[in-house]
Design a protein around this ligand. Structure first.
Ligand code: R5P
Length: 311
């Protein structure tokens, strides 16, 4: 099989290909001056994507990533269907179809947070994006999705994979934590998997979100006096959640606090804000940023293997 990527996940696609021992091909993805995207499967990759099933690694973030992912999937499907007609008459115009076999591995699934309809008339965005992708591929691998339930009834197979094993190893080797904290109930499963992997005590905070920039944590006694604590979450955006949790930990005597997540969105000066509250920020390479110190390759590879094993 082969791994391919467009403009947003080349390094991670290369890591995935190395993990799986497959070839990686970069596809052409660039922007017109008006910001619309142009994509093309280069001639050098046509034989590879026709001779074997393909895994496209592509983020559906920011919005332009959604369009790019859909166009890449359509172009891959066209090439595999043998639809190569082109106005310049380059190469064979039609070839035999080679059957289904286009899969998408999504490091960061944009729109994952709107996974429920809170008020009438709202789009359930995570589901909508999932359905759009499903219409253009034969299976989806998704990496630490905020709420997996959003993609549980898709018309194509979906494999969920997580970086918690790699996060546990990274923390153990670099931070040597004594305690793992989930900053809210939503991250309990992930953070407790890290605590269990390292063999550490674990707890969580109860968080109420007032708006995108304001959250409140309910006071809770934590046994963190004199301890190094790692807070584990699926994503960090503004950093507000982590800053509040870190403050609560410091008040209770934690000597060092580290923030760790799969998806480092780090919006609007988040890293600067975080560094006033924590000793270190650690993220995976699902999104390119200065704190992406943990490769997402092994987790994506597990997801790809699980998806293929279930077909
Ligand atoms: C929400 O439930 C997520 O798991 C994160 O805790 C949240 O999205 C982080 O956002 P921020 O960094 O803006 O507080």
């Amino acid at each position: 099989m082969v791994v391919v990527s467009g403009s947003n996940s080349g390094a991670l696609a290369q890591d995935l290909a190395e993990e799986l021992g497959w070839d990686h091909h970069s596809l052409e993805a660039r922007r017109f001056p008006d910001s619309e995207g142009y994509i093309r499967i280069p001639e050098s990759a046509i034989e590879a994507v026709r001779s074997e099933p393909v895994v496209l690694v592509s983020n559906t973030f920011p919005d332009s990533g959604i369009v790019e992912t859909l166009l890449l999937l359509e172009a891959l499907r066209d090439v595999r269907a043998g639809n190569l007609e082109n106005l310049k008459g380059i190469g064979p115009q039609q070839m035999d179809p080679v059957g289904p076999g286009v899969f998408v591995a999504i490091p960061y699934f944009g729109y994952s947070r709107q996974d429920k309809r809170f008020r009438p008339g709202e789009a359930i965005s995570a589901k909508s994006i999932g359905r759009l992708l499903s219409a253009h591929c034969d299976g989806i691998i998704v990496f630490d999705l905020h709420a997996p339930v959003a993609l549980e009834d898709m018309p194509v197979p979906v494999a969920f994979t997580s970086a918690m094993p790699e996060i546990a190893t990274h923390l153990q080797n670099t931070v040597h934590p004594d305690f793992i904290l989930s900053p809210d109930k939503g991250a309990i499963e992930r953070a407790s998997a890290v605590a269990q992997a390292i063999g550490l005590p674990f707890s969580y905070l109860e968080k109420t979100r007032i708006d995108a920039h304001t959250i409140i944590h309910k006071a809770k006694d934590l046994d963190v006096d004199g301890k190094i604590v790692a807070i584990v979450d699926d994503m960090i955006a503004t950093g507000g959640t982590i800053c509040k949790a870190a403050d609560a930990l410091r008040l209770q005597g934690a000597v060092e606090v580290h923030a760790c997540c799969t998806h480092g969105l780090f919006t609007g000066g988040a890293i600067k804000r975080l560094m006033n509250h924590v000793n270190g920020v650690h993220a995976t390479s699902s999104l390119a940023n200065s704190r992406a110190v943990i490769s997402g390759g092994p987790a994506l590879a597990r997801g790809v293997k699980e998806l293929l094993a279930g077909l």
